[in-house]
Each structure stands twice: as structure tokens, then as C-alpha cells.
Design a protein around this ligand. Structure first.
Ligand code: 13P
Length: 250
């Protein structure tokens, strides 16, 4: 009942020209893959060009961040209405933003609310560190991140969101979580927390991705788990073989 969703988080890679060329290279092959939603999340400056390159396809566009104010003296930030002409999605609370740029649960919650006000679909990132994982704190930590990010939303709003469970120790390391572990945390911790706070209907509708060293040769294993609805892909989304990865998801 939930359509799989594969999003490529290009992070700080590709100039605008490179991003447009890459989008043009793979857009039609991706457009021909049925039964899966797809999005490119390029760096801000590449967003208009990439949005134009994919406008005749089913590929959506997402930003990698956004500020929670409408406009004003916030040097270096990007407002929601600057994204809406080009974007369907916005990644919020990625662990790299939490680690390097001081993002807090409270700020992520403000951004989620502001994105929804503007009709953008948030892709909210959660996930534990290696230390937390080894200390057995994954459930309590991730559950807390989910509750904080969704605080004050309605069940209907929550049902339309996307959450990406990305264990920090699996990002860019080649050390992916097993499909069984990722599926259990997504099912029990993430979907379970949504069910407890917003009800079973919202929990069954919300799409929850896995992220962390997803590749063309392991995507099928993740998708085979009934609680995993897709992937947020970093490094493997920068290469033409991203097409094989998306094919492997259906
Ligand atoms: P990698 O796929 O490179 O591990 O990155 C995952 C990620 O952080 C996506 O947001």
C-alpha cells in the first residue's frame, strides 16, 4: 500500500553544470521504472537547473536543508518559498547537519512545520551513533528523535511525511546495517513510535526509508523487508548505476 521511494542525497557534490548533465544522462531510464517514486536532492545552486531537466519526468526534486523563517536577516540561509517553485521535498535533520552545523531536535521540528506550511514534503533523518548503538541506546535515542521532530503535528500531517532511518555509523562507510536490523528499528522503533503518538493509521501510511551505504547490490535485501519503504542514498546516487539501484527497488 506504500509506494517505495528512492531519493538521492547528492550532498555537496556536483557543480550546477555537472548536476544538470547527470540528471539529463539518467532521467529517461529512471522515468521508465514503474512502481517507485524517485527524487534527486542536489545542492541548492543546482536545484533550478535539475528541476528543469526532470520537469517532463516523474522524478521529483528535493533540497537538502531549509530555514524555518519566511525571510529576513539570516545570512546564508534559504527560505521555504525560495524552494517551492522547484522542489517537492526537503531533507531535514540529516546527521551531517546535526553533527557539523549544530542542528537540534527543536530546530528540526520548526523546519518540519514550516516545510508543511509551504506544501513541501519533509524527509526527516534520524539515526544513532556507533557509541549509542554499542551501548544499546538505539531504540530510546531514535524514538526520542522521532517524537521531537513530529511534536505538534496532526496525524494527517504525519501520515504524509517521509522519515529516513540512517544509522550514523553506516553513512559513507560501506558498513551497512543488515536488512533485519534496519527493518526491526524501522518497524519497532520508528513506525512504533509514530503509532504510539499518532495512531496506527498514520503509522501504516508514513513512508520510512533506510539510509547508509545502500548500493545497487544490496537494495533488494532492504526492500524485501515489509517495514522498509525505500532508501535515502548518498554516494551511490552520484553515479549512472543509480538507475540499477532504483531498478533493484521494485
Ligand atoms: P551513503 O549512501 O553515502 O552511505 O550516504 C547515506 C546518506 O547519508 C544519505 O542521506
Amino acid at each position: 500500500m506504500r509506494t517505495p521511494f528512492i531519493a538521492g542525497n547528492w550532498k555537496m557534490n556536483k557543480t550546477p553544470d555537472e548536476a544538470i548533465a547527470f540528471a539529463r544522462e539518467i532521467r529517461y531510464e529512471l522515468n521508465n521504472i514503474d512502481g517507485v517514486d524517485i527524487a534527486f536532492c542536489p545542492p541548492f545552486l543546482a536545484i533550478p537547473g535539475v528541476a528543469d531537466a526532470v520537469k517532463a519526468t516523474k522524478i521529483g526534486v528535493g533540497a537538502q536543508n531549509m530555514y524555518f523563517e519566511e525571510n529576513g536577516a539570516y545570512t546564508g540561509e534559504i527560505a521555504p518559498n525560495m524552494l517551492t517553485p522547484f522542489c517537492d521535498y526537503v531533507i531535514l535533520g540529516h546527521s551531517e547537519r546535526r553533527a557539523y552545523f549544530g542542528e537540534t531536535d527543536e530546530g528540526v521540528n520548526k523546519k518540519v512545520k514550516k516545510a508543511l506550511e509551504h506544501g513541501l514534503t519533509p524527509i526527516i533523518c534520524v539515526g544513532e551513533s556507533l557509541e549509542q548503538n554499542e551501548a544499546g541506546e538505539t531504540h530510546s535515542f531514535v524514538s526520542g528523535q522521532v517524537r521531537a521532530a513530529l511534536a505538534g503535528l496532526s496525524a494527517e500531517q504525519v501520515a504524509g511525511l517521509v522519515i529516513a532511518y540512517e544509522p550514523i555509523w553506516a553513512i559513507g562507510t560501506g558498513k551497512s546495517a543488515t536488512s533485519a536490523d534496519a527493518g526491526r528499528i524501522i518497524g519497532v522503533t520508528v513506525r512504533g513510535t509514530v503509532a504510539a503518538a499518532f495512531g496506527e493509521s498514520a503509522a501504516q501510511k508514513i513512508r520510512i526509508q533506510y539510509g547508509g551505504s545502500v548500493k545497487p547490490d544490496n537494495i533488494a535485501e532492504y526492500m524485501a523487508h515489509p517495514d522498509i519503504d525505500g532508501a535515502l542514498v548518498g554516494g551511490a546516487a552520484l553515479k549512472p548505476s543509480f538507475v540499477d539501484l532504483v531498478r533493484g527497488a521494485v
